[in-house]
Ligand binder design. Structure first.
Ligand code: HXC
Length: 257
């Protein structure tokens, strides 16, 4: 892949955007490569958790405006519409996924962070959905995932004004989980991820699916989904180990099965 790198740190896979000359702008190729990277880390049984990042530079300054500038609706409905499935592939990785954001996370970049399960921001991070200033609206989930996360009023403020928000403002509105010094960004993101990945992988996958399914449906459908996941986990070795370890007053050794 040209613009997306996959690095490994023990059980963590880091998906790193690498198009610094364009502030990691998301052209069709970058989005397709993100989808490929999502497939690779989702399938790899050694990978227990994932970080999506642009490193200490910028996260991503949005969809590639130069690539989109001359496009018409049919182009956007076909090539772009199909390619945005790369974002959905990332969202569906059945493992915890953290966005580690420094610098600009604008437009499609902000939307990329929103498909992750949690967002750790550095103190240099700047979030925004400036599409309205280009005569368009967010097209990769900004009008859908953002209001579910921060509520419709705050989402509308971001979307209608196109304003930029510093990391601390994003924290106050509930867009990010944590703000850390830029030089500690990756360490803090990995530390948070490891607090998750030390638990059983099947339970984590079920927890993620249950929250995500529940966010997209009514309460009672969500509760029924949760009950099925909850019950299914009683057929795993990890459930037996977790509860036996509690009774025996020791730490559990989860195997992810
Ligand atoms: C293409 C981009 C880009 C983008 C930056 N660049 N953002 N190219 N698409 N979204 C390029 C610039 O053209 C420039 O290239 C180089 O990156 C450095 O950017 P500068 O503007 O010179 O840097 P700076 O003055 O620091 O300003 C940074 C910035 C600004 C505030 C992030 O670049 C900016 O406003 N970018 C656009 C942000 C935006 O509107 N995003 C939403 C896009 S629409 P050259 O060749 O001149 O050096 C969208 C829809 C989602 O996201 C679609 C689905 C994915």
């Amino acid at each position: 892949m040209d613009y997306v790198l996959i690095e490994r740190d023990e059980e963590i896979a880091v998906i790193r955007l690498n198009r610094p000359e364009a502030k990691n702008a998301l052209n069709l190729q970058v989005i397709a490569e993100l989808g490929e990277a999502a497939d690779i880390v989702a399938r790899d049984p050694q990978v227990k958790g994932v970080i999506v990042t642009g490193g200490e530079g910028d996260f991503a300054a949005g969809g590639d405006i130069k690539e989109m500038a001359t496009k018409y609706a049919p182009d956007m409905l076909t090539a772009y519409g199909a390619d945005l499935s790369g974002f959905e592939k990332l969202e569906r990785i059945p493992k915890p996924v953290i966005a580690a954001v420094s610098g600009y996370a604008l437009g499609g970049g902000c939307e990329l962070a929103l498909v992750c399960d949690m967002i750790v921001a550095s103190d240099t991070a700047v979030f925004g959905l400036p599409e309205i200033t280009l005569g368009i609206i967010p097209g990769a989930g900004g009008t859908q995932r953002l209001p579910r996360l921060v509520g419709p009023n705050r989402a509308k403020e971001m979307i209608f004004t196109g304003s930029f928000y510093k990391a601390e403002e994003a924290l106050a509105m509930g867009l990010v989980n944590k703000v850390v010094p830029v030089e500690k960004l990756m360490d803090e993101a990995k530390a948070l991820l490891r607090k998750c990945t030390r638990h059983g992988a099947v339970a984590l996958a079920c927890a993620k699916a249950s929250v995500n399914e529940g966010m997209n449906t009514d309460l009672y459908t969500g509760l029924a989904y949760e009950r099925k996941c909850f019950s299914l986990l009683f057929s795993t070795e990890d459930q037996k180990e977790g509860m036996t370890a509690f009774v025996e007053k020791r730490k559990p050794q989860f195997k992810g099965r």
